[in-house]
Design a protein around this ligand. Structure first.
Ligand SMILES: [Zn+2]
Ligand SMILES: [Zn+2]
Ligand SMILES: [Zn+2]
Length: 274
């Protein structure tokens, strides 16, 4: 599986263009891996998780052919994860030569946002297929088996994380979430996980079970949990992402903090294979 990180920031982006805090000022100067757009990944160049407001820029920057991306998995509807109106650019007339419909998978709210954004117009409907996800109910994309599991995030909607099994490899897409809910831990327990992408929005807060979003300490606690299960999961590759400027940490700071634990720090454009 190829996992391409298109964006690795929390909601405001890093830097937040409106913000004068030290981290934002430093990231503007340092550039490179300190410029983070809103979080999203693309898997095997064919399907992506979330459609942030930066999706257009990400595709141009990393030379992604979005006409070939036929599956969109949505974690939840926060504005950094779903910019539904932007998907109108994919319809015939606005775009040319897009053959397949876009399959959109998400919770009720996410699909509703898409519907009011563009699906009421009859001729457009066949260009988008929508599937409502139920927690822990498996769905398939070709040979890939995907389970939407519950996040600890916004209690006003059913926020999902994704457990993806493809070509004998296992990927946990774990943002946005705080310390996982009990149901999710029960479901995950003992499963082989080759790679886990984890939320690290808040940086260091001293809380190994941070709620709503994870912290450095929570990411390390999740790693300990995996290690406690079995030897195989002691080798799980953990990648931290979804960083907020409010954490006050630049790329180099994060590298130094996570280095002793073997946790990788995501940056925009990072490509990993499992
Ligand atoms: Zn977010
Ligand atoms: Zn800032
Ligand atoms: Zn969120």
């Amino acid at each position: 599986m190829k996992v391409h990180f298109l964006g690795t920031a929390a909601a405001e982006g890093f830097p937040n263009v409106f913000c004068r805090c030290q981290a934002c000022q430093d990231s503007r100067k340092a550039k490179g891996r300190n410029i983070r757009t809103r979080s999203s990944v693309i898997i095997d160049d064919a399907w992506r998780v979330d459609y942030p407001p930066d999706a257009y820029y990400q595709a141009v920057r990393d030379e992604i052919d979005m006409s070939k991306v036929n599956h969109l998995l949505l974690t939840h509807t926060h504005y950094d994860h779903l910019c539904a109106g932007d998907l109108l650019s994919r319809i015939e007339g606005f775009a040319h030569g897009v053959e397949e419909p876009l399959n959109i998978y998400g919770n009720d709210l996410a699909l509703h946002q898409c519907r009011i954004g563009f699906l009421e117009e009859g001729s457009i409907q066949k260009q988008f297929m929508m599937k409502r996800l139920i927690p822990f109910e498996v769905f398939w994309i070709g040979q890939a088996k995907i389970t939407p599991i519950l996040a600890d995030h916004d209690p006003r909607e059913t926020c999902f994380l994704f457990f993806i099994e493809k070509d004998g490899k296992y990927l946990l897409y774990g943002n946005d979430s705080g310390w996982f809910p009990e149901k999710t831990w029960d479901w995950l327990k003992g499963k082989k996980i080759d790679m886990a992408i984890l939320d690290c929005t808040v940086g260091q807060n001293g809380n190994p079970k941070s709620r709503n979003h994870m912290s450095v300490e929570t990411v390390i606690e999740v790693q300990k949990q995996f290690q406690a299960w079995n030897e195989e999961n002691a080798k799980t590759q953990i990648i931290a992402t979804h960083f907020s400027h409010n954490c006050g940490l630049l790329y180099q700071d994060l590298l130094e903090i996570f280095e002793p634990y073997g946790v990788e720090v995501a940056y925009d454009g990072l490509i990993k294979y499992i």
